[in-house]
Write a protein that binds this ligand. Structure first.
Ligand SMILES: Cc1ncc(COP(=O)(O)O)c(C=O)c1O
Length: 484
């Protein structure tokens, strides 16, 4: 089947998209959908993404003003390319880098490519919902005290689930030691646009901030932004040097044939924000608040920080992004896979992601009253039909410590052995293992595989969560280092 046929077929079905991309196929917001007629390259007057002097420069300057950054670059290879370029720009081979363990796998690829030594910060786990909490500033402080040679730090905020870290305090701690901070804000490009959302890392002191505008704003898949801020680098000379380093890094990781369709779409999105953000975000917040109020009626499904739940119940969260709808299914007689299937087959709602203990619906300014209502009606019916009185125990949480036996690169170059999950305890992994989404590694190459890693992996597989690995031999086999 041709991809285009599949896409056309899918688009004709009555399925409501509570998932990315943020434009929700709502054509009220999508100017210029006749994409092919716009598919141009560098011709007279069209400027050049890698040496912007004309319309692209102008557009990126407008974005910098809208997002309040020192400089903004358009990305057409997603946040993935922004993360690779940011880590590459700010590190030197062999550097120690402070990394939140719940970073996306792109960060791990950057660490591998740049030959860095990770020092991990393990976010705590919220026992009720099974989601990661914020990175505590005290943990950052303790890490830089213990490892004074850390040169760079990177963390994700908000997380896929909407948990925000205290970027202002964390950047202050790091900047006192001259360490720049990269924030993966892939899930938070909407943050700066209404006071009901936590503040963006751009205004909280981060140095480079990467945002997937395709995830939560009206912009197509693959479009993203890289913002440079004046956190650590205050004087002009330093800013210009960093500007050059980031530009060179982007030239390394980003396509030399950037799609004008995508760049035009980013430009549309930025203009839409410039022209209509107040009204659009006002309506959006109204919908979120109404939905949150409706969910107070649910007896079994808990919605994180909405309805009968509250931010105050989660001391491990510094803050929470209310755009995320995280539905705990621990009090249902359905596992998350069954919940997802029911949502799709019975209510024609496609969710963004399921994890072992919850499901996630992603919202944006393009959602409609009808969409939110459809989601609430489905939840109310499922809550009534499938409730159970005693909550299922939480799935084994992500690991809180790891033993790094060799670098990722060294593990890649070692001879390979393929073993079953029952045989891999104590072996050194040769591959990255992750649930997708969210693409956060469960096991990293070079690490010793422990019984708790295996327990979590098995629990996820049992619950129907998609677990992937480099060699694609899971769930049967995992690839480890062979010393033979
Ligand atoms: C936290 C996080 N960072 C980065 C990425 C990569 O973003 P992109 O798909 O725009 O390359 C993702 C993708 O899901 C993500 O969840």
């Amino acid at each position: 089947m041709k991809i285009l046929d599949y896409l056309k077929d899918y688009a004709e079905q009555d399925i409501y998209p509570f998932h990315m991309p943020g434009h929700k196929r709502n054509f009220d917001f999508l100017e210029g959908a006749e994409a092919y007629t716009l598919d141009l390259t560098e011709v007279a007057g069209s400027d050049n993404l890698h040496d912007p002097q004309g319309i692209l420069k102008e557009s990126m300057e407008l974005a910098a003003r809208e997002f309040d950054s020192y400089r903004t670059w358009y990305l057409i290879n997603g946040s993935t390319c922004g993360l690779l370029a940011s880590v590459y720009a700010l590190s030197r081979r062999g550097d120690k880098i402070l990394v939140a363990r719940n970073c996306h796998k792109a960060v791990y690829h950057a660490i591998q490519l740049c030959g860095l030594q990770p020092v991990y910060l393990f976010p705590p786990v919220d026992e009720e919902f099974g989601v990661n909490g914020s990175i505590p500033p005290q943990a950052v402080e303790a890490a830089v005290e213990e490892y004074p040679d850390i040169r760079l730090a990177i963390l994700t905020s908000p997380t896929y689930d909407g948990v925000v870290s205290d970027i202002a305090s964390i950047s202050k701690i790091l900047h006192e030691r001259n360490i720049p901070l990269i924030v993966d804000e892939a899930h938070g490009p909407h943050l700066g646009f209404h006071p009901a959302f936590p503040k963006s890392a751009i205004s909280e002191g981060a140095d480079l901030v990467i945002q997937s505008i395709h995830k939560t704003l009206p912009s197509p898949t693959q479009t993203a932004l890289l913002h440079m801020c004046t956190g650590l680098w205050k004087n002009r000379g330093r800013l210009e040097e960093m500007d050059r380093r980031v530009s060179i890094a982007l030239a390394t990781f980003e396509s030399t044939s950037p799609s004008y369709v995508l760049m035009a779409a980013i430009d549309n999105c930025v203009h839409l924000l410039a022209d209509r953000k107040e009204a659009l975000f006002h309506e959006y917040i109204r919908r979120i608040n109404l939905f949150a109020k409706q969910t107070q009626s649910l007896k079994h499904i808990q919605v994180l920080c909405k309805g009968n739940d509250d931010k105050e119940n989660h001391p491990l969260f510094y803050d929470f992004d209310p755009s995320k709808i995280v539905m705990s299914i621990r009090n249902l007689r359905l596992n998350s896979k069954e919940f997802e299937t029911l949502m799709l087959e019975q209510y024609h709602i496609e969710l963004e992601m399921i994890a072992a203990d919850y499901a996630l619906a992603l919202t944006s300014i393009c959602d409609t009253d009808e969409g939110f209502q459809r989601l609430y009606d489905a939840l109310a019916e499922i809550d009534e039909k499938y409730g159970r009185e005693i909550a299922r125990p939480i799935t084994p949480p992500p690991v809180q410590e790891v033993s790094i036996r060799m670098t990722m690169d060294a593990a890649r170059d070692m001879p390979d052995a393929r073993v079953t999950l029952d045989e891999c305890e104590g072996r050194i992994s040769r591959e990255l293992v992750f649930a997708y989404p969210p693409g956060i590694p469960l096991i990293v190459p070079g690490e010793e595989i422990t019984s708790s890693m295996i327990a979590r992996l098995k629990a996820l597989i049992r619950d129907g969560i998609t677990v992937q690995s480099g060699y694609h031999d899971l769930p049967e086999y995992i690839h480890v280092v062979s010393f033979l």
